[in-house]
Design a protein around this ligand. Structure first.
Ligand code: PEP
Ligand code: MN
Length: 346
């Protein structure tokens, strides 16, 4: 860490800053220039990060050298991490293909959708049992019965399942039923929830908040990693934009940015990012071309009857078509859609 002092910093102020640094068990290395003095802080930067050094009189700027997300950064782990979702590998050239309805609605419907997406080549089944809705009057999800249906359908089709957990008090319950715990965009910075899933042995799918920077996303992943859960998959699902043509603004550049900064796998969710079925296939392909480790798409067999996110759902036949295109692109890039064989849904 480097502390740049103000041009008019006094000797007393410089001494005070050095004293504060030494009190933190760090060393201060003073470098006096013609106009400015800078102080190099030597030692474990994490110790200094917690201190409000910018508030010290005489300080102009504090420049961190280390990334604040230590465990999520490439420095900590130069090879791409591979997350194991009950046998389905995600990352390091293995693609996750997550598909299913926005919400679990009824068992027969879930069965039909699961059969179709497995047939098309998907390797993780999704379905929300606890739904974060803008309106308290909208369908809130089936709760525990939804979890039961999702797990049973997943077992029947031998495919791991992912579902959202919204409340720290539900983590244990959801972890009993799901192979992968989803943290939704609205909860990305729910730190109590992040700590709770950090204590879980289940892998976590962390969706980017709709106004979160890439650094915010990585800091939230750091919460989970720092509790001991190393199985984190990131997800780009669109940001709040100014153009109402799409539901959100798809930030596909976030994928290669994350690859430059972190070893964690990142997938894309063109369903929530665009909100429009016609835009989902091209945006899914763009995500894979940008280096994403998977694609998350909402699929419903009768979108007009869907209890949530019907208008953005692909029909099974549309999903099958985009899956074929994604398979072709994956092959071209030397990647593979993780096979389901060997995956054990719990
Ligand atoms: C969802 O996956 O259905 C969902 C609510 O996603 P997000 O948190 O990205 O809005
Ligand atoms: Mn949805």
């Amino acid at each position: 860490m480097i502390i740049v002092l103000k041009t008019n910093a006094s000797e007393e102020q410089i001494q005070h800053i050095c004293d504060r640094i030494e009190k933190m068990d760090l060393m201060a290395h003073l470098s006096r220039g013609t106009f400015r003095t800078v102080i190099g802080v030597i030692g474990d930067e994490a110790k200094a990060q917690v201190a409000p050094l910018e508030a010290l009189p005489g300080v102009d700027q504090v420049v961190a050298i280390m990334k604040p997300y230590k465990l999520a950064s490439l420095d900590a782990h130069p090879q791409p991490s591979v997350v194991d979702v009950s046998g389905v590998k995600v990352g390091g050239g293995n693609l996750a293909m997550i598909a299913g309805p926005c919400a679990v609605e009824e068992e027969e419907r879930m069965d039909r959708i699961a059969a179709a997406i497995v047939d098309a080549g998907a390797n993780i089944l999704r379905g929300g049992a606890f739904k974060p809705r803008t309106s308290p009057y909208a369908f809130q999800g089936m709760g525990k019965e939804g979890l039961r249906i999702l797990r049973d359908v997943g077992q029947r089709h031998n495919i791991p399942v992912v579902t959202e957990v919204m409340d720290p008090r539900d983590v244990e319950l959801v972890a009993e039923y799901a192979d992968l715990l989803q943290i939704g965009a609205r909860n990305m910075q729910n730190f109590s929830l992040l700590k709770e899933v950090g204590d879980s042995t289940r892998p976590v799918l962390l969706k980017r908040g709709m106004s979160a920077t890439v650094q915010d996303l990585l800091m939230c992943a750091e919460y989970i990693l720092s509790k001991g859960n190393s199985q984190v998959i990131l997800c780009e699902r669109g940001l709040r934009g100014f153009d109402s043509y799409t539901r959100n603004l798809y930030d596909v550049a976030c994928v290669p940015i994350v690859k430059e900064l972190s070893h964690l796998p990142i997938i894309v969710d063109p369903s929530h990012a665009t909100g429009k079925p016609s835009l989902i296939p091209p945006c899914a392909l763009a995500g894979i071309a940008a280096g994403a480790d998977g694609v998350h798409i909402e699929v419903h067999d009768c979108p007009e009857e869907a209890l949530s996110d019907g208008p953005q759902s692909l029909l099974p036949s549309q999903y099958e078509e985009v899956m074929q295109q994604m398979q072709g692109l994956a092959q071209l890039l030397g990647k593979q859609i993780s096979p389901l064989a060997g995956a054990i849904s719990s």
